[in-house]
Design a protein around this ligand. Structure first.
Ligand code: CP
Length: 333
């Protein structure tokens, strides 16, 4: 069965078809691809955009969405096997996924890392368990990657540049400061999709400690070998921004300090100047700026950057609706 866990599992032809369908849904929002069908949206973490756009997307295609928040309005779930369930969890994923699949036609899952041990979090245990036991397709609504955001981002870039061919555009994925160590998911995803579509990608981060997990570096290298793009890592702000066509910002915690965040804090506090501001954007090739949102203004990017006509973050957020309708329709076909 086909799931939507990572774009890397899907062919370029299939991704291009999803983007074309999303553009079509943007022109005409009503459809019947989910008529009489339902999706369960399982949220282990908060959301504004993902929840709203999936619920509305199902409605606009004639379907229905059920939102579940395990541990809040649904029973806490156990994901370990062979364990004596004498803790918080009331039921096991082996039952949860199979029961949900008897009710609904699709299951969306949001499950962020636990931020204690990266070697465990990088296994994406919750998403993989849903995919293992569900007898209906599973959609990643953000775990350690965020593939729905990837497609919304690419669609926004295609719209901005007026072409589906993004090859040769200079793309900077910049780390930014945030008071808390955040998930690497969107950064992993940006690296994955920008290299997949043949852009010339620079990963800009303060020190080697902020470089992403080797799995996503490997995907990026494999993608550029196929797409003809390029991939470099830089710790120099000015050279990374110079001539960029796209600046994409995200904050994330340094992987060597995973679970030891008190030790990382004094390091990250030295790099508040990675904020995206007008001076840095002036170095670009009249580049566009985007971010997955939510974004702390004047911490990650200044008011001036966010309010500039070069900021396409709102377009990207809107596109979540269109791309997710395309994903749901494709998985139900
Ligand atoms: N970008 C994104 O996924 O937004 P939410 O966390 O609000 O869903």
């Amino acid at each position: 069965m086909k799931h939507f866990l990572n774009t890397q599992d899907w062919s370029r032809t299939d991704l291009d078809a999803l983007l074309a369908q999303a553009a079509a849904f943007k022109r005409e929002k009503w459809g019947d691809a989910m008529k009489g069908r339902a999706i369960a949206l399982v949220f282990f973490n908060p959301s504004m955009r993902t929840r709203t756009s999936f619920e509305l997307g199902a409605f606009q295609l004639g379907g229905h969405a059920v939102v579940l928040q395990p541990g809040k309005d649904a029973w806490p779930i156990e994901f370990d096997f062979g364990t004596v369930m004498d803790g918080e969890a009331e039921e096991h994923i082996a039952e949860v996924a199979r029961v949900l699949a008897r009710y609904v036609d699709l299951i969306g899952v949001r499950a962020f890392p636990k931020f204690q041990d990266w070697t465990q979090d990088r296994e994406d245990k919750v998403l993989r368990a849903f995919a293992k036991y569900s007898t209906v397709p599973v959609i990643n609504m953000e775990t350690i990657t965020h593939p729905c955001q990837e497609l919304a981002h690419v669609l926004a870039l295609q719209e901005h540049f007026g072409t589906t061919d993004l090859r040769g555009k200079k793309y900077v994925l910049t780390w930014t400061y945030h008071p808390k160590p955040l998930n690497t998911a969107v950064a992993n995803s940006a690296l994955t999709i920008a290299t997949r579509f043949g852009l010339d990608v620079t990963l800009l981060c303060p020190t080697p400690e902020y470089v992403l997990d080797e799995r996503y570096l490997g995907w990026a290298q494999a993608n550029v070998a196929e797409s003809g793009g390029s991939f470099t890592i830089s710790h120099d702000i000015a050279s990374a921004y110079r001539g960029a066509d796209v600046v994409y910002a995200k904050s994330w915690g340094a992987l060597p300090y995973f679970g030891n965040w008190a030790a990382e804090k004094p390091i990250r506090d030295q790099y508040k100047h990675f904020i995206v501001d007008e001076a840095k954007m002036a170095l670009t090739n009249d580049g566009v700026f985007s971010h997955c949102l939510p974004l702390r203004r004047n911490v990650k990017a200044t008011d001036a950057v966010m309010d500039s006509p070069r900021c396409i973050a709102i377009d990207e957020a809107e596109n979540r609706l269109h791309v997710q309708k395309a994903i749901m329709a494709a998985l139900l076909r």
